[in-house]
Design a protein around this ligand. Structure first.
Ligand code: CS2
Length: 492
């Protein structure tokens, strides 16, 4: 069979094993504008909305994607050729695969070329929710937890409210238009892996808006809802193999997305201007997301980082390789049981032991091939949210910190040398790579040099109980980087 380019005209020609949208996309309004259309948004929110559109009549809740970074041009070009369609390939642990063309994204705009188009879209009466996946670092918060007004793009946006570059500038410009034309505010729904992500979005947007226009800040404060939400689905980076696999089914999709079967979305039910019935598609609405998000970020995301950093130094390539190594899985279990579990609150209806076992099972899915370089990417934004708070909480109560501290010591070695224990180069992706490297490089003359990077570690360096252990572990890794030896407790 001849290969078909994925787009609306060719849907009928696609292999029967690939599920296609059965709803009429031409009738959909974009009730949701989503900023940050990465693979995660495409495997998660866009999937939920697709389920809703497939199974229940709803014309209000199509998604218009928005990209604010140069890097978003690639997806914009591909979406233009594919009518915003893409294939979601769900890979089960037993080798079974489900392929589904997702049709819930119906438009895509770039903010860089003509910001007015994006502002108009956000200010359009049909737009009821603006959801975000702008990454952990995207909230522009410094190590003391305050909005960072020294960021040059923020300075630009405050001076040029009609030509913004950042998400804060776009949101305030659009909300100002809505306020001026007496339109209801939209909901801002953060879908990032940040504890209290809605509260953080609210705090940062209000800090920015207050600086720009105090009257608008008051309006936002009283009208815009910012529900907290916990999101979950492991979504590795798409590889050429995934593209070739669809080609073998005669489908040309230039950027499909792959994911695990598990999916979860827990959301607080507070919306400014209506919401889709996501509960029909499997999402959970709860009064307070706090215990769910803490459990997920401190166990799953931190667990990923534990495996990713130690695995990188050892020379493991993927998360399933790490978790199938008995020394790694034992280490992960001890970290979760001894250091994370004691700091978690009870979650109604969730058995924590089962949750932890299910994580190990999900991590060991051999078909996901989640590369350690993805997990370790932007660790400078992730570890202060996923791991360091657990160390602080244990320091405060006299709990164990040994497992978490080894991760920071190993991260110092990783950032300094850029090599694994076999002297092979590591692929390090971090916007703070240079600063991390410089700080880590000082370790040979000052063992705490890495920790003095206060924009990442804040005041951890001032805690003696922590630095005593950290110094011992760092010295030991530098003497002999065989990481399994240290994971087994041998620090000599
Ligand atoms: C990962 C997450 O970025 C990371 O380090 O832990 O992307 C993780 O796969 C997702 O949060 C799963 O929901």
């Amino acid at each position: 069979m001849a290969e078909s380019q994925l787009n609306s005209n060719n849907l009928d020609r696609i292999d029967d094993s690939i599920h296609r949208p059965t709803f009429d996309r031409s009738k959909l309004k974009s009730g949701i504008v989503h900023i940050g259309v990465g693979c995660f948004h495409r495997s998660h929110e866009a999937f939920y909305i697709n389920e809703l559109l497939e199974n229940f009549n709803s014309t209000e809740w199509g998604i218009c994607g928005v990209g604010l970074r140069e890097a978003d041009r690639k997806i914009a070009d591909i979406f233009n050729r594919q009518d915003f369609l893409y294939t979601l390939i769900t890979k089960h642990p037993n080798g079974a695969v489900e392929n589904r063309v997702i049709g819930s994204i119906v438009d895509f705009l770039l903010g860089m070329d003509d910001p007015r188009v994006v502002i108009e879209k956000l200010a359009h009466p049909d737009t009821k929710i603006v959801s975000l996946t702008i990454t952990e670092g995207g909230y522009n918060i410094n190590a003391s937890g305050e909005f960072d007004f020294t960021n040059l793009d923020i300075i630009h946006d405050l001076e040029n409210p009609d030509h913004p570059k950042t998400v804060f500038g776009f949101l305030t410009a659009a909300l100002k238009k809505r306020q001026d034309s007496n339109l209801p505010a939209f909901t801002i729904l953060s879908c990032d892996n940040v504890e209290h992500n809605g509260d953080v979005a609210r705090y940062t947007l209000l800090a920015f808006a207050r600086q720009q226009d105090p009257g608008l800040a008051d309006w936002i404060e009283s009208k815009v809802c910012f529900p907290n939400s916990m999101v979950d689905r492991i979504t590795p980076v798409t590889t050429q193999k995934d593209i070739d696999y669809l080609k073998s089914l005669s489908l040309k999709d230039e950027w499909p997305v792959t994911c695990e079967p598990f999916i979860q979305w827990v959301i607080e039910d507070k919306f400014s201007n209506g919401r889709p019935a996501l509960e029909k598609a499997g999402a959970q609405f709860v009064p307070d997301v706090t215990p769910y998000e803490k459990m997920k970020l401190r166990l799953l995301n931190a667990g990923h980082s534990v495996l990713g950093i130690l695995g990188s130094i050892h020379g493991h390539e993927t998360i399933d390789e790490c978790v199938n190594d008995p020394v790694f899985s034992a280490y992960l279990k001890s970290f979760m049981d001894n250091e994370v579990t004691p700091v978690l609150d009870r979650v109604d209806g969730i058995d924590l032991s089962e949750y932890k076992s299910s994580l190990i099972e999900r991590f060991s899915n051999p078909n996901i091939k989640d590369h350690v370089s993805r997990i370790c990417s932007e660790s400078s934004a992730k570890l202060p949210k996923f791991l360091i708070p657990t160390i602080h909480e244990n320091l405060a109560t006299g709990g164990s910190i040994a497992y978490g501290t080894l991760i920071l010591a190993a991260w110092c070695y990783y950032s300094d040398k850029g090599l694994n224990q076999n002297n092979e180069p590591l692929e390090i992706i971090d916007s703070m790579q240079k600063e991390l490297h410089e700080a880590a490089q000082g370790t040979s003359t000052d063992v705490l040099s890495f920790l003095r990077l206060r924009s990442v570690f804040n005041d951890l360096v001032d805690n003696r109980s922590f630095t005593d252990l950290y110094s011992k572990l760092v010295s030991s890794i530098y003497k002999n980087p065989n990481i399994r030896r240290l994971m087994e407790g041998n620090t000599e």
